[in-house]
Design a protein around this ligand. Structure first.
Ligand code: URA
Length: 226
């Protein structure tokens, strides 16, 4: 990755490209401890930019695991009286670069992956990649063994889509652990609705090998892509 200094700073939303140039001229920007003499100087991954006293490591892509509580929306802006997940990325200098890889509804909580890497997001949500998403699901009505078998084979969603086989573990009369491999809008809720039942509580415990181990609600940590 090689990018212009002013472009990188602008991409982080810290400053416009023009003002980045002004900051350079005013001797406010350093790269790896050396004064940046021009705003179009090329920078590469892992270098450290010091901008107005703030140190920023240059990263092509960033991956963040976030512990989302209920009532935050996974859209860039607040919606329906609920705050955007971006609030949970406060003081994360990379926040303007990030989007959610696989949204959660506002009333669904726990594991959210945020990234700047579109290919990574594609790999998370593409059914072809078979990336596991594991949910803890509480239901309105007890679930029968027959309904569990249906989920394990396929169910038909309200738009006619037939789901791929899911893994289901019964946890109690009304609670299951559901692991799916594809990504459809409100998929878990719609799968449960196809059984004439309803989700009363939903949380995502795992995507692939990533879990929230060691993270409290509202906390986040950087992760590696692999
Ligand atoms: N399925 C849903 O119905 N909601 C979510 O938030 C995630 C998966």
């Amino acid at each position: 990755m090689i990018v212009r200094l002013d472009k990188y700073l602008a991409g982080l939303g810290l400053v416009s490209r023009r003002d980045a140039g002004r900051a350079v001229k005013a001797w406010h920007v350093f790269v790896d401890g050396e004064l940046a003499k021009k705003s179009d100087v090329k920078i590469t991954e892992w270098q450290i930019i010091s901008y107005l006293g703030q140190d920023i490591q240059v990263r092509e892509h960033v991956y963040v695991l976030l512990h989302k509580p209920q009532w935050y929306v996974c859209s860039e802006l607040d919606e329906g009286g609920h705050l955007s997940y971006k609030v949970l990325l406060e003081e994360c200098v990379y926040a303007p670069m990030l989007h959610v890889a696989g949204r959660l509804d506002q009333d669904t909580e726990w594991l959210v992956l945020c990234t700047s890497d579109g290919q990574f997001t594609h790999d998370i949500i593409s059914p072809k990649k078979k990336q596991e998403k594991e949910y803890y699901v509480s239901l309105r009505d007890p679930i029968s063994d027959e309904d569990i078998k249906k989920l394990e084979l396929w169910v038909e969603l309200d738009d006619g889509y037939l789901t791929m086989p899911a893994q289901v573990q019964r946890l109690s009369e009304k609670d299951i652990q559901l692991t799916i491999h594809e990504w459809k809008y409100h998929q878990v809720k719609r799968m449960v609705e196809s059984l004439d039942n309803e989700v009363v509580y939903l949380r995502r415990d795992r995507i692939g090998d990533w879990t929230l181990e060691g993270l409290e609600k509202w906390e986040r940590r950087y992760i590696d892509k692999e």
